[in-house]
Ligand binder design. Structure first.
Ligand code: PLP
Length: 371
């Protein structure tokens, strides 16, 4: 007989998922009701309002995609890229590479702007790319590169795209809730995030938002959107503004209760207070790590407070340390990804996991493991 699965208690300080607060887990265990039940529909309206507050947008098309961040990414590209469209894709880590692949798969023509891993997207290179390719339809970049811990200057990048009347697609999987992000003020046209990082929800939901200009592009496509599930024209029948809520797919009812609760918690704290909390605990972690002689991959001005990439000290066995932290302290930190595998650890301070107790635990556990 296979028994019920009982996961161990962990403290999640990796690149996500992050610790889920007990309030969110409790919300998730409430009775499942129909996804067209009037009470559920009322909850959906609140969820949309909460997501708008969190993205800082008035966009009507703001909704959770019923699948992880990668589906949010795909929802943006599959709806907005048409065959032959020129798209400037910025790559300074793993997730920019996935954007490139999305554009290629949907028939777009990629103009790649590459930057070193651990550095932000170069605003100057993007300007130069637009000068060479003024007919570019879309600029796509990752705001918070989880593979490196770098924040790029979303505001300046979007301003360049506007000069050329291009749409912008922004990956905010790791930034939403953890550091400054202003969708409307910065002129972002399409954005996607994930439930499992600074929103501290279980993984599996991807909030997205499309500006009016992005919706116009979706409505005026010449070719049929090459995905049924992610076609915004179809999903809008369920999540759209006309309030009709026609069946599209069976919504992940309890996961949406969880997202609702996590956004209520964020609203109670205040979005800007949450950004400030992430910055504050990052400073404490940084001071402790530097005192131990551990240095950061990223220059201070571009560091993400919620994702700290630190250099693995010379002669230290990466996997042995992470496994000792897990078995002796129940503490998960992340390994390096792609080109940074074996070179860095990624220490997350995301959402509910971003607190003083976790900073202290991480510093003392690392110190005693490295001793
Ligand atoms: N984009 C970024 C920047 C991410 O960090 C991640 C996940 O870590 C994703 C996209 C993909 O999200 P998911 O793993 O939820 O599909």
């Amino acid at each position: 007989m296979i028994k019920s699965f009982q996961p161990p208690q962990r403290v999640l300080m990796g690149p996500g998922p992050s610790d889920v607060s007990p309030r969110v887990l409790e919300a998730m265990s409430r009775p499942t009701i129909g996804h067209l039940d009037p009470e559920f529909i009322r909850m959906m309206d609140e969820l949309k309002a909460l997501l708008k507050q969190t993205f800082l947008t008035e966009n009507e098309l703001t909704m959770p995609v019923s699948a992880p961040g990668s589906a949010g990414m795909e929802a943006c590209f599959v709806n907005l890229v048409e065959p032959g469209d020129k798209v400037i894709v910025c790559q300074n880590g793993v997730f920019g590479g996935r954007m490139k692949e999305n554009v290629e798969r949907f028939g777009g023509e990629v103009v790649l702007v590459s930057d070193e891993w651990g550095t932000p997207v170069s605003v100057d290179k993007v300007k130069a790319a637009f000068e060479t390719h003024p007919d570019t339809k879309i600029l796509a970049f990752v705001h918070a590169e989880t593979s490196t811990g770098v924040r790029s200057d979303a505001k300046s990048l979007c301003a360049i795209a506007k000069e050329y009347d291009a749409l912008t697609i922004v990956d905010a999987v790791t930034s939403l809730g953890g550091s400054e992000l202003r969708m409307d003020e910065w002129g972002i046209d399409a954005i996607y995030s994930g439930s499992q990082k600074c929103l501290s929800c279980p993984p599996g939901i991807s909030p997205v938002s499309f500006s009016e200009k992005a919706v116009e592009k979706v409505q005026s496509r010449e070719s049929r959107t090459p995905s049924w599930f992610l076609d915004k024209k179809l999903v809008m029948g369920y999540w759209g503004g006309d309030g009709k809520r026609a069946y599209h797919h069976t919504a992940p009812v309890n996961s949406l209760y969880a997202l609702h609760e996590s956004l209520v918690i964020l609203q109670e704290e205040g979005l800007e207070n949450s950004w400030a909390r992430h910055a504050k605990h990052h400073e404490a972690l940084k001071a402790g790590l530097e005192a131990m002689g551990i240095s950061f991959l990223v220059e201070e001005a571009y560091r993400l407070p919620q994702l700290n990439s630190v250099m693995i000290p010379e002669g230290v066995d990466d996997a042995a340390v992470r496994s000792a932290l897990l078995s002796n302290f129940g503490l998960e930190i992340g390994a390096g990804l792609g080109a940074l595998a074996g070179k860095v650890w990624r220490i997350g301070l995301m959402g509910a996991a971003c607190n003083r107790r976790n900073v202290t635990l991480c510093l003392s556990a690392l110190e005693s493991t490295l001793a």
